[in-house]
Ligand binder design. Structure first.
Ligand code: PGA
Length: 267
């Protein structure tokens, strides 16, 4: 079954933590603890640590994907302090797009995120598109409508075949669960994965989005991951705070590995 064949992914979002002086050591520590068959691992350090992390993993564990946390929506130009997709070539093969902290702090809109998706695809970067509702929206029962709006806004000008071809991943990250220690339930996340794939289906994604991995993010820890990995519609996690702790990453990836085995991804 298609559903059981979907990739299992654990992506680490280091946010604004680590420096070029210590990022390599952390990457090596995580690599040493997370060699688990069938799990795709990704580390997203700050821009200035991408090269260090790449060098640290080059020989030790080249299977770990390296991702950026953002990319600019223009090709190049007078955008002081920004980083283009072309600049990331050779340093990263993944990119997080639309993290709620960027929506909040940098005012990133769905339309802008759509353009970033386009730049990522054209540069060969595999996007992790983040969506998720605020607490008041969840309390008002608007979570599905919010996530549909975010996806429609980002995807309406994009080519689904290209996005699927590069391996688009969607991360459902309810804003009220990020960095708060309060996770959604597995059932909440699974319900939102259905909404996400249903919305992808509107855009002509093959098999109504059934092939697109959907991750959960928001206060994921080694203790919390099991509830999400037990849901067949959830394909892994985008991990923030716990991704800075090699022991936590070891536990999270190990649990993801159980799902990978169950899906027959390890053979
Ligand atoms: P958190 O962050 O795991 O610290 O809640 C998740 C994220 O923001 O991707």
């Amino acid at each position: 079954m298609i559903r059981e064949m979907r990739e299992v992914i654990v992506a680490a979002n280091w946010k604004m933590h680590t420096t070029p002086a210590d990022a390599g050591e952390l990457a090596r520590a995580i690599a040493g603890r997370t060699r688990v068959a069938g799990v795709t691992r990704v580390i997203c350090p700050p821009f200035v640590c991408l090269a260090t992390v790449g060098d640290a993993l080059l020989e030790l564990d080249p299977d770990i994907g390296i991702g950026a946390q953002n990319v600019h929506h223009e090709l190049q130009g007078a955008y002081t302090g920004e980083v283009s997709a072309a600049m990331l070539a050779g340093l990263a093969s993944w990119v997080i797009i639309g993290h709620s902290e960027r929506r909040r702090d940098a005012g990133e809109t769905d339309e802008l995120l759509g353009r970033k998706l386009g730049r990522a695809v054209d540069a060969g970067l595999r996007p992790i598109l983040c969506v998720g509702e605020q607490l008041d929206e969840r309390e008002a029962g608007q979570q599905s409508a919010v996530v549909r709006r975010q996806l429609r806004g980002a995807l309406h000008d994009r080519d689904p075949a290209k996005l699927a071809g590069i391996g688009l991943v969607v991360a459902y990250e309810p804003v009220w669960a990020i960095g708060t220690g309060r996770t959604a339930t597995g059932a909440d996340a699974a319900a939102m994965a259905v909404v996400i794939r249903d919305t992808l289906g509107e855009f002509g994604f093959a098999r109504r989005g059934e092939t697109i991995p959907v991750l959960y993010g928001g206060s994921v820890t080694s203790a919390a991951i099991g509830e999400f990995m037990a849901e067949p519609s959830i394909d892994g996690a985008l991990v923030g705070g716990a991704s800075l702790k090699p022991d936590e990453m070891a536990g999270i990836v190990a649990r993801a590995g159980v799902t990978a085995v169950a899906r027959g991804l390890t053979g």
